[in-house]
Design a protein around this ligand. Structure first.
Ligand SMILES: Cc1ncc(COP(=O)(O)O)c(C=O)c1O
Length: 471
């Protein structure tokens, strides 16, 4: 039974484990084309995939097995135990790697992806892979709250030194480098204020100093930004967000063109036991196919919503890279890719905004939405509205929040795939309520938010264990 394989070297991108396994099961291959450079939609559906060698199934089956038969001592088909690797997880890794394998910019190396149980498992594995006691890392000053909690509560007690810097200016990174600096880690756009970092400018510095650069590319995905092409060493993903995209799994991934680094990620994953589960990997493979299509619509909806919010008298400020008023709009135009050769650049599906009346009015708005859901997570089909200070960024010390614009009144909106007009109508009615006199809305819910905020701030300040509300 010969498995049919796609013909481009990029499409056929496969990890060593699957190459070894596939080689035995698949005596006949089609000759790779040297000329075809597939588009991102083709890659999302076909990249790194092959039909099941055992059954011919076109869609990768879920291999729900802990263990694998050894044909003889020392002889097996590439998988031994599902904490180390699993065929369905490998299929996801091959598919994700194909999105960032670029024979044009990087002819010698193939990207390798390692998939994890969550985005935080991926980020933890990255830090554990490249940092040891006494080492120093430079991190962007605005990051997902869970990453900050990892730094404050786990890395610092292990004597790993961290400096948070404003990476909007590349020279801030240069100035923070010490003899012990091993890693620079950034998010662009950063969660939740959406500040951008010029990845190529930072990469020029890290390359010259032989320091690793990791980019958390969860917000844009390889459809809009390919960090490895811009000189970064590692792309980091919470696949929980756009990549799976339907609010049904948590997952994470690290992609690198450095095979030694990739082996290190796998060693850490196997040792701490943080591999993706097969069913989650399978669902993520399914979600990935429509990523370019979905992301384009997320971005179009976000642009319309951002323009509506910006024009609304109850809104005091909107941050969205696709707005002309966005301070780094020029960088966004330069750095963010169009979804196809003919379309305009895309700027992601996340918007941050503040309403007039600060926290109190913002609380009223978040309690008044009907179609939008007040919930954590982002990047999936449902429009989600989030209060970063009491939800996703409660673990960020208040001083750092204040210094970086994560204000008590900041609202984050993840534009879903509902009709933009319906999302806008919902926001319009909620904005009206947000500006109504205090007694016409529930004073009790506003008080509840204020109380949660006080608790969050106190906990972040004293570094007590994370509050349960923080994802
Ligand atoms: C930018 C970013 N990176 C990483 C993570 C962590 O991912 P996960 O929730 O899958 O662990 C998140 C979660 O919101 C995030 O927003």
């Amino acid at each position: 039974m010969a498995a049919r394989r796609v013909s481009s070297p990029v499409l056929a991108a496969q990890s060593p484990a699957s190459q070894a396994a596939a080689h035995r099961a698949e005596p006949r291959r089609t000759e790779p084309s040297r000329t075809l450079q597939p588009g991102i939609a083709t890659l999302a559906i076909r990249g790194g995939r092959s039909a099941c060698p055992a059954t011919g199934a076109l869609i990768s089956p879920i291999v729900q097995s802990t263990t694998y038969l050894h044909e003889a001592v020392g002889t097996h088909k590439g998988h031994t135990y599902s904490r180390a690797s699993n065929p369905t997880v490998t299929a996801l890794e091959d598919a994700l790697a194909s999105l960032e394998s670029n024979p044009k910019s990087n002819p010698d190396s193939q990207a390798h992806t390692t998939a994890f149980a969550t985005g935080m498992a991926a980020i933890s594995a990255l830090f554990l892979s490249v940092l040891k006691a006494g080492d120093h890392a430079i991190l962007g000053s605005v990051l997902y709250g869970g990453t900050v909690r990892l730094v404050e509560q786990i890395l610092r007690p292990l004597n790993i030194n961290v400096t948070f810097v404003d990476t909007r200016e590349a020279r801030n990174v240069e100035r923070a480098i010490t003899r012990r600096t091993k890693l620079v880690f950034i998010e662009t756009p950063a969660n939740p204020t959406l500040i951008l970092t010029d990845v190529a400018a930072i990469a020029r510095i890290t390359r010259a100093k032989k320091i690793l650069l990791a980019v958390d590319n969860t917000f844009l995905t390889p459809v809009i930004l390919r960090p490895l092409d811009l000189g970064a060493d590692i792309s980091v993903y919470s696949t929980t967000k756009y990549i799976e995209g339907h609010n049904v799994t948590v997952g994470g991934a690290l992609t690198t063109a450095d095979a030694v680094l990739s082996d290190r990620f796998r060693l850490i994953r196997k040792t701490v036991g943080s591999i993706q589960a097969p069913f989650e990997a399978w669902l993520t493979l399914k979600g990935l196919k429509t990523l370019p299509l979905r992301l384009r619509q997320h971005c179009e909806n976000a642009q319309q919503i951002a323009e509506f919010l910006e024009a609304h008298p109850a809104v005091s400020h909107v941050w969205y890279p696709g707005l002309k008023s966005f301070a780094q709009h020029d960088l966004a135009l330069r750095q963010h890719a169009p979804s196809s050769k003919t379309s305009k650049p895309l700027h992601g599906g996340i918007i941050a905004f503040e309403v007039r009346g600060g926290l109190q009015a913002g609380t009223k708005l978040m309690n008044a939405v009907r179609l939008c859901s007040l919930a954590e997570n982002l990047g999936a089909t449902e429009t989600l509205i989030t209060h970063p200070v009491t939800m996703t960024h409660g673990a960020v010390p208040k001083a750092q929040r204040d210094a970086t614009g994560i204000t008590d009144g900041l609202i984050r909106l993840s534009a879903g795939l509902e009709d933009a007009a319906d999302i806008i109508a919902d926001l319009a009615q909620a904005l009206e309520i947000s500006q109504a006199p205090a007694r016409t809305v529930t004073a009790r819910t506003t008080m509840r938010t204020t109380r949660a905020l006080t608790t969050t701030t106190r906990r972040a300040r004293t570094h007590t264990p994370p509050i349960p509300a923080v994802a």
